[in-house]
Design a protein around this ligand. Structure first.
Ligand code: SF4
Length: 448
């Protein structure tokens, strides 16, 4: 992934306004990963032997785990020194995995509504590798009619030729992992690209004619200052991207930053505290709004909400099926969560044996699916009681009365007709507000 996203908290302690200590706080799924197990994964074949629920949208995610170098804040398993034949073997395994899914009654005949190339760094691949990969994927699951094809890119891996090729694959949204516009901050955080590469890549991406260009930033990187953050926001707005995604820096246990903290015996990470990171994100949102943008979630702002949609995010947050191909990729099929094997050699070997490379899974109950959608949709800042009544026959107003009242008492939200709306303050710390909606058995759980 070109920026720090995904995964969930280590505990349900909220990082309120305190210092940044080690752990994941971002809630990306429910129930917590701790409850997923290898036993359930064995039932994948059975699930896939029957057709899917009619009209359930299908998406495809392809994971590219390669990067030029490892960022100090990265908590993914990424591979930095792989040669072309090793990469080819990995891509072949991903294609074999997709083929296996496409041949099942659950997937056969379905066309993807959205496609997502994530990582790692998808733009690390050469033009020839990208063309061959997408041609083979389209033969298996044609995506010509997909509403959205997203591609994550690291600015330093892009040039005019590669951008033209990426656009020709049918990519509709290019997501640029900029993170910061200051070369020194990029360097001190272990990022591979520098400021001049951002501007070169952005100009070339515009010239290539992508319908949407997204810029990712991280508030609170090591050595970030108030002054530099304001400069980041100014430069961001000057570029006029179609959408902006801002993450608040977290320091999970398997990052370079945490290893250094441990070696130095430090409990507090050398980054801004949570109140500061939220204030910086709030400042960015306010400046973006002044420039005509609309804030559409706790992390995103878009220039034109009518035109700029997030099909991938919104479909998943409303229970779409997702086939995640590649090492450690996540899938969600027929209400069952799956995660693939997280080590590349093992992933490839399992796939080459003709098996599904699934590590662990969890079959969710309708109640868990309802809560999953509720907490994910809260990240949009607005949830509809009617939606949950229609889809799950659940009156969320009554069911979560205590939780709503608590938010209202803290001035963090209000019912506006049949919609619960979070305030901006709540939206900026939305991940810390979601645990209250978990089932009791999932409270205080450790995410691994
Ligand atoms: S190493 Fe950096 S670019 Fe690669 S996945 Fe991690 S955060 Fe993204």
């Amino acid at each position: 992934m070109t920026s720090a996203t995904s995964t969930v908290p280590t505990t349900n302690e909220t990082p309120e306004a305190g210092e940044t200590t080690a752990g994941n706080y971002f809630v990306s799924n429910y129930p917590p990963f701790h409850f997923w197990d290898p036993g359930t994964a064995r039932h994948l074949g059975e699930l896939l032997s029957k057709p899917a629920e009619p009209l359930t949208p299908l998406g495809v995610y392809f994971h590219i785990p390669f990067c030029r170098k490892r960022c100090h804040f990265c908590y993914f398993r990424v591979y930095t020194e792989r040669n072309a034949s090793e990469i080819q073997r990995y891509l072949d395994a991903g294609i074999a995995e997709l083929k296996r899914y496409a041949a099942t009654p659950f997937v056969a005949g379905r066309l993807p509504r959205f496609v997502y190339f994530g990582g790692g760094t998808p733009s690390y691949l050469s033009v020839a590798q990208l063309k061959s990969l997408s041609d083979r994927m389209k033969e298996i699951l044609p995506w010509e009619q997909a509403e959205e094809v997203t591609f994550e890119a690291e600015p330093g891996t892009l040039n005019e030729g590669k951008l033209k090729a990426i656009r020709e694959l049918g990519v509709t949204r290019l997501s640029l992992g900029v993170e910061n516009f200051d070369s020194h901050i990029l360097e001190i955080n272990g990022r591979a690209h520098r400021a001049d590469e951002i501007h070169r890549a952005y100009g070339a991406a515009r010239a290539a004619g992508f319908p949407q260009i997204n810029i990712d930033l991280i508030s609170g990187m090591v050595e970030e200052t108030e002054e530099n953050w304001r400069e980041n926001v100014r430069k961001l707005i000057e570029l006029e991207p179609d959408c902006v995604t801002i993450y608040q820096m977290e320091v999970p246990y398997n990052t370079g930053i945490f290893k250094q903290m441990k070696a130095e015996g430090k409990l507090v990470a050398p980054v801004a505290n949570w109140a500061t990171k939220r204030a910086w994100t709030g400042y960015a949102f306010a400046e973006l709004e002044k420039a005509g943008y609309t804030v559409t979630s706790g992390y995103t702002a878009v220039r034109n909400p009518e035109r700029t949609k997030f099909v991938y995010r919104d479909s998943l947050w409303k229970g779409a099926d997702l086939i995640g191909a590649g090492v450690s990729a996540f899938s969600h099929l027929g209400g069952v969560h799956f995660q693939n094997i997280t080590e590349i050699e093992q992933y490839i070997e399992t796939t080459e044996r003709g098996e599904f490379p699934v590590l662990r899974a969890m079959a969710t109950t309708p109640e868990e699916r309802m809560i999953r959608e509720l907490i994910l949709q809260m990240k949009l800042g607005r949830v509809s009681a009617e939606y949950f009544k229609q889809k799950f026959s659940e009156d969320i107003i009554v069911r979560f009365n205590l939780q709503w009242n608590d938010l209202i008492a803290q001035g963090l939200g209000l019912w506006n007709g049949a919609f619960f709306e979070l305030t901006r303050e709540a939206l900026l710390k939305v991940d810390s507000l979601l645990h209250a909606f978990f089932l009791p058995q999932h409270q205080n759980s450790r995410y691994v």
